[in-house]
Ligand binder design. Structure first.
Ligand code: ADP
Ligand code: ADP
Ligand code: MG
Length: 746
């Protein structure tokens, strides 16, 4: 098939192993290019680039920089001294302590690092300083090339209301709304009336979905408006607000654009990023499903007009909101940087966007015309986060005790910034990796996405992998019926396991039986190889016993990580058979299941396990934490997590007395612990103060999320010692609520 051949060439190219015809054509050293550079009197090609970022994006940028033969300089905070992005760079410079404000957001330290290291250019990645017009300007003033758009375009697009004015005059469709300077509350209410409810209130300088409020009717307007103003002032330092018609069933579709310094702007097709939680994307795809090529053309043209209106060059994204009821699209905002989800575009156009960024920043003209932009197959990206899904997607922290991403191929790509043993800290974004897959069609790509998610092994901290799997397997997602309320709309299917309780329980029992068999097999091979210097018949397989078959009892606590409903005790008894196989009986809630299991250990923590004649590949991970041994198993497309109390005897021959399951360390009633690691941004109560049930006590922030910690009951606040600006670890005690006795007061 010619198209897949072409793709193969392109794809190889993307991974930089083979140079291809297309690549040779792209950015060729043509006479025009040379002349263009001459005209612009550009500096000579860059030989060293500083990457002003961390994590996966720093690693991903350095991969391309290295491939181009350019030297790389990493910057790091004290929390990142041993991080993968530091180890991946030719040189690395410390820029400050852990808090981003003092390191990755410190423009002066980064410029200083670049000058000290002798870099000629800075790539800002995404987040941090990538959309700071001041930083872009500072780079240029220091004689460093900023690998990104002109400072003026960043400034124009950083203000949602100013950008809407520019877009409106350029003929780009806007959501009906008010984005003027007048901010008087009565005036705003009359504007809202004109637009018609429901209304969306947005801070003009906002980001990350913060401060936005939906207003359903006129009588809620004043309160919401004043609240949004306060939040905007506190979060962004500007309290200006704009009003928009709230679109009830929208899709988020964005267009990747690219401009060079000679006024040429292309679009590289669109991405659908509708599947969001907390207004943040978690699965993205390119191209958008269920749209016509006419729609694609119009959307692309609108994005190009938007970019031209601000004299854009380098990579950018124009975000649109699409009303599924009318099919009409509207400009939402422009992100003046490389986007997290850029790999799905790279997959369908077969190009390396970071290479394009560097070449364009270096004064090279765009090498192709709009008609030459490919659109090949379909790609998905799933963002794998350390987060607590049942707790409302709160960011999580912890050690990656076991980390084995699915292996990369020409159509499966994993962008990651961590390795096994690394810590996901509370200081930065808790994203662990991006899993990107490509297929010739959407359905072929989706099959790969599901398979890769089920094989992506992470243990040691909570992740959203199971949840992503549920999303990818949902019928409406399979149909491409995505919209921004997808997760909310299908929450019963995605969060509530009760309808499949019996099935899930039986699968867990099966998983537990496999774990028991693999653990026995592993121990036996360990002892047989003289692992601890012992080598006796007691450790033969089966162990030598007088008069009875060797039996061993396991107790596992099964944690259903999906629904957070607590854990269930599973008791397994395993009997060694003469042929080295195991008979396993599992006592569950009211039922007992039996399995006949044969284990063949493979390398590392992998096994081949045959159960009742069916053989499956199994991966196992174990680690110790909080007085428990944690065991994770990946078998077939399933993943299970069990805990075993530490100190359980290795051989438990005939002792069938089961001790009660281990209880997690608990606090006295009324104690409130931090639901996530984060920064205390506000303390709203005083120690000793009398409060009502549900009264907000303090506000925690981690990444782009604010979480209000409330009083669990009425009473007196006790032991409240945290102050604004303080970092608190996950599960640390914040305060407690004591019953209030009026007579004690007197
Ligand atoms: P995208 O549309 O590419 O997802 P976002 O605006 O959601 O863009 O943010 C991109 C990235 O920028 C985030 O994943 C995060 O790494 C970083 N980021 C955004 N806002 C913040 C913030 N307030 N603090 C730290 N990092 C941030
Ligand atoms: P941010 O800078 O925080 O990313 P955006 O303006 O891009 O702010 O909006 C973030 C998200 O909010 C969008 O992806 C979409 O889900 C939702 N949204 C924005 N505008 C509207 C609207 N007018 N109607 C409905 N939903 C909207
Ligand atoms: Mg946005």
């Amino acid at each position: 098939m010619p198209s897949s051949m072409a793709l193969l060439i392109l794809r190889r190219n993307l991974h930089g192993r083979t140079s291809s015809l297309l690549q040779a054509r792209v950015f060729s050293r043509s006479p025009e290019a040379a002349a263009a550079r001459q005209r612009a009197s550009e500096p000579k090609p860059v030989e060293k680039i500083l990457v002003a970022n961390r994590g996966e994006i720093a690693c991903r940028i350095m991969r391309t920089v290295r491939r181009l033969g350019i030297r790389t300089v990493a910057v790091y905070s004290d929390a990142d001294a041993g991080s993968l992005h530091v180890r991946s760079a030719d040189e690395a410079v410390r820029i400050g302590p852990a808090p981003a404000r003092l390191s990755y957001l410190s423009g002066a330290s980064i410029i200083d690092a670049a000058l000290r290291a002798g870099a000629q250019a800075i790539h800002p990645g995404y987040g941090f300083l990538s959309e700071s017009a001041e930083f872009a300007q500072l780079c240029e003033e220091s004689g460093l090339t900023f690998i990104g758009p002109p400072a003026s375009a960043i400034r124009d697009m950083g203000d949602k209301s100013a950008s809407k004015k520019i877009m409106g005059s350029a003929g780009v469709p806007l959501v009906p709304g008010y984005h003027g300077d007048e901010q008087d509350v009565d005036f705003m209410r009359s504007e809202a009336e004109k637009i018609g409810y429901p209304i969306l209130i947005k801070p003009t300088h906002g980001g990350g979905g913060k401060g936005m409020r939906i207003v359903q009717s006129a009588n809620e307007f004043v309160e919401s408006f004043l609240g949004a103003q306060r939040e905007a002032a506190a979060s962004f330092g500007v309290d200006k607000i704009l009003l928009e018609k709230y679109i009830t069933r929208p899709r988020h579709i964005e267009v990747q654009i690219f401009g060079d310094k000679y006024g040429k702007v292309l679009h590289l097709n669109e991405r659908d990023c509708s599947v969001q939680r907390r207004h943040q994307k978690i699965i993205e795809e390119a191209p958008a499903p269920n749209v016509t090529s006419d729609f694609r053309t119009h959307l692309g043209q609108a994005a190009v007009s938007a970019a031209k209106a601000v004299k854009y060059h380098n990579a950018g994204t124009v975000e649109f909101i699409v009303d599924t009821a009318s099919g009409q699209f509207y400009f939402m905002e422009m992100n003046t940087r490389l986007q997290v989800e850029h790999p799905v575009t790279e997959m369908i156009v077969g190009q390396d966007l970071v290479e394009w960024q560097i070449r364009v920043a270096n004064g090279e003209p765009l090498p192709i015309d709009q008609s030459e932009v490919p659109l090949l197959g379909h790609a998905f990206e799933a963002r794998i986060y350390a987060e607590n899904v049942p707790k409302g997607f709160l960011p999580a922290t912890g050690v990656l005790h076991h980390y084995r991403p699915v292996p990369g191929t020409s159509s499966v790509r994993v962008d990651t910034g961590v390795e096994e043993g690394d810590t996901v800290s509370m200081h930065y974004d808790p994203m662990i990796a991006k899993l990107v897959v490509w297929g010739e069609s959407r359905s072929a790509a989706l099959v790969k996405l599901k398979d890769s998610l089920s094989k992506f092994q992470v243990a040691g901290l909570p992740t959203n992998i199971n949840f992503l799997g549920k999303l990818a397997n949902h019928w409406a997602f399979e149909d491409g019926n995505v919209e921004t309320h997808f997760i909310e709309h299908f929450k019963d299917d995605l969060f509530d396991d009760s309808r499949h309780e019996k099935e899930a329980y039986e699968e867990a029992i099966y998983g537990a039986a496999l774990v028991a068999a693999c653990m026995c097999s592993k121990e036996n091979s360990y002892f047989r190889e003289g692992g601890n210097g012992l080598n006796s018949i007691w450790h033969a397989n089966p162990p030598f016993r007088v008069n009875h078959c060797a039996e061993r009892v396991f107790e596992f606590q099964w944690d259903n990580d999906n629904d957070g409903t607590g854990s269930k005790l599973l008791v397994l008894s395993l009997i060694y058979q003469a042929d080295g196989q195991y008979d396993i009986e599992v006592e569950g809630e009211g039922n007992s299941l039996g399995f006949h299991v044969k284990v063949t250990p493979l390398v590392n923590r992998d096994f081949r396990v045959e159960v009742d004649g069916v053989s499956v590949q199994v991966g196992l991970a174990t680690y110790e934490k909080d007085l428990d041994k944690h065991i994770h198993i990946w078998h077939g497309s399933k993943h299970h997590h069990f805990r075993q109390k530490l100190g359980q005897p290795l051989f438990d021959d005939d002792d069938s007395q089961h001790k009660p399951s281990f209880e997690m360390a608990s606090h006295p009633q009324g104690t409130v612990v931090a639901p996530m690691a984060g920064l205390v941004v506000k303390v709203l109560a005083k120690d000793g103060m009398r409060v009502e049930e549900g009264q907000p006590i303090l506000v925690l922030e981690a990444m782009k999320m604010e979480h209000v910690v409330k009083a669990p009951s009425a009473g007196c606040v006790h032991g409240l010692a945290v102050t604004a600006g303080q970092q608190v670890p996950d599960s640390s005690v914040l305060f407690s609520i004591k019953e209030y006795y009026p007579e004690q007061k007197e």
